[in-house]
Every structure is written in structure tokens, then in C-alpha cells.
Design a protein around this ligand. Structure first.
Ligand SMILES: [Zn+2]
Length: 305
């Protein structure tokens, strides 16, 4: 959806509320008290009333917008901005575009959207052949660690560890330029505490199908993976060959890093996952085009608080 279409479709708060209600009506409203699904619409109050127990809920309750006081149109603008670019927008930029006087609610809105993206992608597990590796993302030094001397390279206090998984599919009858690189399917990125096998194995277990084939280097971090998937191909990969042998995880890592560097600076480690959620969500839906706006809006309505 281009900007003119967006403005034409959502010229005011009313049009956004009507669209939001349309989606809620399709998805269904869930009574928080009796779990009933049938509601009357109280037009004068803009509330739903449970047919069984008469409990009333607002248009926003039970959605990602529940605890936000910002107009729905702000949310719509934010969803439009985030879904209309492969890149991203900083909270400061969105605040400027909205002309809103406070930074915090805009920042919270964007992070809520990124959480919703993460929840949505959390519903899918990767399958088939999957490349897996870890990456180190620069993040702001944690306050209490600022006084300590910084260690260099891997494990430095300014790096946060991320486990990256990418479905890597050989497409029959198709070869790329160098005849090697298979096509990429869905990807996932998960912030991890450390590289211990007992940390990594359960995360992989939660995110990939047990029928999948995992491709990794022969790091000790991955020794238990053979127990949770159909096949684990651990190979000795020299450092200079890693981008050739696990191409998609490394393309994803460098693209995500570039996005973070360009748009968001000084990310606190605890928020890195949210930014990665946004990167993966959009990467996984890169062919959706204009439909992405509606998809994310629907995901906000079905959000699990
Ligand atoms: Zn009820």
C-alpha cells in the first residue's frame, strides 16, 4: 500500500476504528469472564457485550493495543511504516512523522508491534534442510558492566549472542549464478544467553520440526542436536568457508546487522530480540507486498497478551 492509498483508506480515527472492528468481528471476540464467543455490539459505547454474562469489553481489549492510549490511527501509521519498507524506522523518526510530543508511548508501540511479529513467527516451526549458526550482534554495554574493562571480539560485553536458523532448499531444476546457493525459506533468530549445548538444544527443539535436517559446523554447542532432529550434519568448516557452506544464515546475519546499524543505534541487549523479530517477520513475508499491512493488523488483533 503506498502512502496515498493509506491516507485515502484511513483519513481519520473513525475509519481506523471501523477497520479494526471489521477485523475483530471476523476473528471473533472472546469474553474474558465466561469465555463466550457471542457478543452484541453496543454502538453508542463502542463496546462488545457478552450475550451470556453481559460483560462488556472495549474495542481494544484483548488486542495488542489494549494498554495503549495512542489513537488507533497512530498504530495504523506505524504498521504502515514498518510494513512498507524492508528496512525499519526508529521510534524517534516515527514520533517525528506523527508529530507526537512524547517519545515513550511511540517507542512502546513499536516494541509491541515487534513483539507481535515475534509471537506470529513463533507459531511456525522450520522444516526440511536448515542451516544453523550463531552470530554476535553489537549491543549497548549493560549499565553495571560499564566499569569493567571490555574484552575483545567474541564474548565481549558489547556483543549479544544470537542463534540463527534458515531453511535452505535445493530447488529442483533451478540453479543460481554460481550453481551452488540453494533457495532460502523461513528464517528465525533467537537471542541466547550463552553457547552451551544445554542452552541451544531446547531452543532449536522449540523452533524446528523433528523431521528436519540440520546443517552446522562441528562446534560443541551443537553436540546434542542429533537427538532432536532426523539428521544432524555437523561439518568441519574453516572460517573462510563459512559463508559458502552456510550461506543463508550468514546473509541473514549481515543484512540484519546492517539494518540495526543504519536505523537503530545503541540497542540494549534486552530489546535486541524485538528488532530481530521485525527483521525475520518481514524477511519471511518478503513476497506479501501490500497484504503485509492487513496481516500485521490481524496479528495485533489476535495478539496473546
Ligand atoms: Zn461472558
Amino acid at each position: 500500500m503506498n502512502l496515498l492509498n493509506f491516507i485515502a483508506q484511513f483519513p481519520d480515527e473513525e475509519s481506523c476504528k471501523l477497520k479494526f472492528k471489521e477485523i475483530r468481528d471476523i476473528i471473533g471476540v472472546f469474553c474474558p469472564k465466561c469465555k463466550g464467543f457471542e457478543h452484541y455490539w453496543k454502538k453508542d459505547k463502542w463496546q462488545y457485550e457478552c450475550k451470556k454474562c453481559k460483560t462488556r469489553v472495549t474495542l481494544r481489549s484483548g488486542t495488542a493495543m489494549q494498554s495503549s492510549k495512542l489513537p488507533l490511527r497512530y498504530w495504523f501509521v506505524a504498521i504502515h511504516l514498518l510494513t512498507s519498507t524492508k528496512k525499519s524506522f526508529s521510534a524517534l523518526e516515527v514520533q517525528r512523522q506523527l508529530g507526537h510530543n512524547r517519545y515513550e508511548p511511540v517507542w512502546a508501540m513499536l516494541h509491541k508491534l515487534r513483539e507481535v511479529m515475534g509471537q506470529r513467527d513463533g507459531k511456525y516451526e522450520l522444516s526440511g534442510e536448515i542451516e544453523l549458526d550463531d552470530g554476535f550482534f553489537s549491543t549497548e554495554t549493560i549499565e553495571e558492566e560499564k566499569d569493567k574493562p571490555l574484552k575483545c571480539g567474541r564474548g565481549s560485553q558489547k556483543k549479544t549472542k544470537v542463534l540463527v536458523m534458515a531453511e535452505s532448499k535445493e530447488i529442483e531444476g533451478e540453479t543460481s549464478k554460481n550453481g551452488k546457493t540453494p533457495k532460502v525459506g523461513y528464517i528465525k533468530m533467537k537471542v541466547i544467553e550463552d553457547l552451551k549445548a544445554e542452552t541451544i538444544t531446547p531452543i532449536v527443539n522449540d523452533n524446528v520440526s523433528e523431521k528436519s535436517i540440520l546443517l552446522t559446523d562441528n562446534s560443541n554447542s551443537y553436540t546434542d542436536l542429533k537427538d532432536i532432529v532426523l539428521e544432524h550434519k555437523a561439518q568441519i568448516i574453516p572460517k573462510e568457508k563459512i559463508e559458502e557452506m552456510l550461506p543463508w544464515v550468514h546473509i541473514a546475519i549481515s543484512n540484519a546487522k546492517r539494518m540495526l546499524l543504519d536505523i537503530h543505534h545503541d540497542i540494549k541487549p534486552e530489546f535486541l530480540q524485538n528488532y530481530l523479530n521485525e527483521y525475520c517477520y518481514k524477511f519471511n513475508r518478503r513476497y506479501y507486498g501490500e497484504a503485509l499491512f492487513d496481516r500485521l493488523l490481524k496479528a495485533c488483533v489476535t495478539n496473546e497478551n
